[in-house]
Design a protein around this ligand. Sequence first.
Ligand code: NDP
Length: 332
Amino acid sequence: MNWGLIGASTIAAEHMIGAIRACGGNPVWVVSGSPAHAQRFAAEHGIARASDDLAAMLADPGVEAVYISSTNEKHRSQALAAIAAGKHVICEKPLAMTVAEAAGMVRASRDAGVVFATNHHLRNAGSHQAIRAVIAQGRIGKVLSLRVHHAVHLPPHLQGWRINDAGAGGGVIPDITVHDADTVRFLTGEDPEKVVAQAGVSGMGRGVEDSVMSVWSLPSGAMVMAHESFTHRFAGSGVEVHGTDGSIFARGVMTQRPVGEVELVTAEGREIVPYSAHDLYAHGVAAFLGAARGEGQPAADGVDGVKSLAVAMAVREAAGTGRRVTVAYGGV
Ligand code: NDP
């Protein structure tokens, strides 16, 4: 399948071009707001065509799929244009700047009959799939609570719009809380209902939050404690899931690589849970290609992207108002 890349981004360079090629795909266009940047990017990554003309790329009948990894405020208009052109779309998270906009993107993809996926990589990780299986097998009993540790140190080459440009969708909540919301939904099969939160600036953010802590309630009564930050050098990452009959401690798993340890603790003792160490992004692209062939669903579809954004926006509202906020899922 021939692909068009919309956005000459770090994530495309570091992960997605490789993932697309690993699945037999061929990125043939890159479109960027800056023609010079597009040319450099295309040369560096062996992509035949570089342009700042999105319409020209979308008019190419040879392009069947697009991957959108521009800054967040551009996702909506670019995705709607690609959908209108009949392309299958993988769009980066957050899908849009508001839940209503994201829901509109999902509706447009349904009307057009194209596959629309959200690039939530964590649910593609063997570690998270193993945690989900342990929960589903009933090995920890009824889930009581989850603790998500996702306070990282944003590397210098990413300390741009994320930390200083609210208009581009900056801030740790649209950047990382969305991933944690998707992960909790994936692991538990539940949509968070109500959230409370506090957010702030802890050394990096300018005009946007760089740290947030929040607590979410799930319909089952389980509670989630989530911590996301751009400023924590040594905190590590992880997720814990605590149930009536056991606890799962997954260390170092909130990451882009297939690393970390999953430990299950029950009355029988402690055991390390094995998992597949496949590439997260290639796994997601493979599921997307299957869906485009009419076989199965994307790993995270558009509705998943709307829902992760809905939780994140509820967290931001709760932090801003000091109130407990009911998550509004946009009617999708
Ligand atoms: P970058 O900052 O690397 O790139 C974003 C945009 O900035 C590019 O698309 C490009 O604009 C512009 N840009 C970047 N470098 C240059 C340059 N040298 N000259 C001119 N313009 C430049 O963003 P990220 O890769 O970090 O993030 C992109 C998207 O991917 C975001 O939506 C983010 O949330 C998401 N993301 C998802 C991850 C995941 O695991 N799912 C991980 C990381 C990011 P233009 O669009 O005009 O080409």
